[in-house]
Design a protein around this ligand. Structure first.
Ligand code: FAD
Length: 317
């Protein structure tokens, strides 16, 4: 029995989420007194994973898997899980993982928990805490089948360095040919990938027009942050849909989220309420965003943001 950790890569390079997946999986395996094994598909190198405590890595190389398809990725993980006698698969939430985890659960006859935010509270029965109702509540769920899949929510566990000497075995897997042709294109317009960003500067309709986003980008730049927006902003075309966060957009969990000129409708908050600290800037002191915020500034973004930028520049020297 082992814990198999899926380390997702993009164009051969690991995503930050892979390191969190490995950190979680290694601790889970220790708790279960079993071995942690990572599996990755078409990654250029694997050594980076050893830094997070996994000593055994399986690298699947297959050109058919260059483009993501739920049927071929789920086939691949199932085959590897069977080969290494894993009964638990750990993955970190991403759009690809969210789409193939349920397919894997059906093919592998496994119990699936998504939105997992912590290690299991009990191994027998196997019980994990997960987000429910658009992140408004948490629930303890019991995974009753022998095979289990845990999809961990981003930034809920964190990345833990714990370097070990590792080895990688290359395996060929005859995955089912993709049943749909897909092309992967990274479209994030900001300099920092929104899903990986520790800090996110986000703005809404209060910005009035697309040409007013210069100060949002400047603030993101000096903070090394990703940029995001509310749904109507991307619907109008002021920003790309890649930046839209919320119930129907991306679900993010940065350490710091700035909501500028955003009302804080429940559908928006659903996508950002796992942020560690939320700072809201809004002219309306009754805007619902202040209920979700840890810090609030009642004021005009066109005055407040430039002042903030100056202050941040001063602090950064
Ligand atoms: C099924 C469904 C799904 C949805 N999914 C999403 C989703 O995923 N994400 C999402 O964001 N929305 C979503 N929505 C839309 C959501 O309900 C809100 O309409 C939307 O979030 C509002 O966007 P906003 O806050 O940018 O704009 P507004 O509601 O127009 O708010 C603008 C805010 O800016 C403030 N403001 C104005 N001028 C300034 C200024 N100069 N300085 C500072 N503040 C100022 C105002 O006081 C106001 O609070 C969804 C709606 C539905 C029905």
């Amino acid at each position: 029995m082992s814990v198999l950790i899926y380390a997702e890569s993009w164009n051969g390079k690991f995503k930050k989420t892979s390191f969190e997946a490995v950190s979680y999986g290694v601790e889970l395996a220790a708790k279960m007194e079993t071995e942690a094994i990572a599996v990755t598909i078409n990654s250029e190198t694997t050594e980076e994973l050893y830094k997070y405590g996994v000593a055994k890595v399986i690298l699947v190389k297959n050109e058919d898997l260059n483009n993501f398809a739920a049927n071929s990725f789920s086939d691949t993980i199932k085959q590897v899980a069977d080969k290494v006698s894993a009964h638990t698969v750990v993955m970190l939430a991403s759009s690809n993982v969210n789409s193939f985890a349920p397919v894997l659960a059906v093919k592998w006859d496994a119990s699936l928990a998504t939105g997992v935010i912590a290690e299991p509270t009990s191994l027998d029965p196997f019980t994990v805490n997960r987000k429910v109702f658009s992140n408004k509540a948490h629930a303890d769920v019991v995974l009753s089948k022998e095979n289990k899949i845990l999809v961990v929510a981003q930034n809920s566990f964190g990345i833990k360095e714990n370097e070990v000497a590792g080895s990688t075995e290359e395996q060929s897997v005859s995955a089912a040919a993709p049943n749909l042709v897909s092309e992967s294109v990274e479209m994030a317009s900001g300099k920092v990938n929104l899903m990986d960003a520790e800090i996110v500067v986000s703005a809404g309709r209060g910005m009035k027009a697309a040409e007013n986003w210069g100060m949002i980008e400047e603030m993101a730049d000096i903070l090394g942050a990703g940029t995001a927006c509310s749904k109507p902003v991307s619907d109008i075309g002021w920003r790309t849909h890649e930046e839209h966060v919320g119930q129907t957009g991306k679900n993010i969990a940065p350490n710091l989220y700035f909501a500028i000129g955003i009302s804080g409708a429940i559908q928006h908050v659903a996508g950002i309420n796992s942020s560690k600290v939320i700072v809201a800037i809004n002219t309306d002191d009754e805007a619902p965003i202040f209920k979700a915020a840890d810090y609030g500034i009642v004021g005009d973004a066109f005055k407040v943001v430039p002042e903030l930028i100056e202050k941040i520049k001063e602090l950064k020297g």
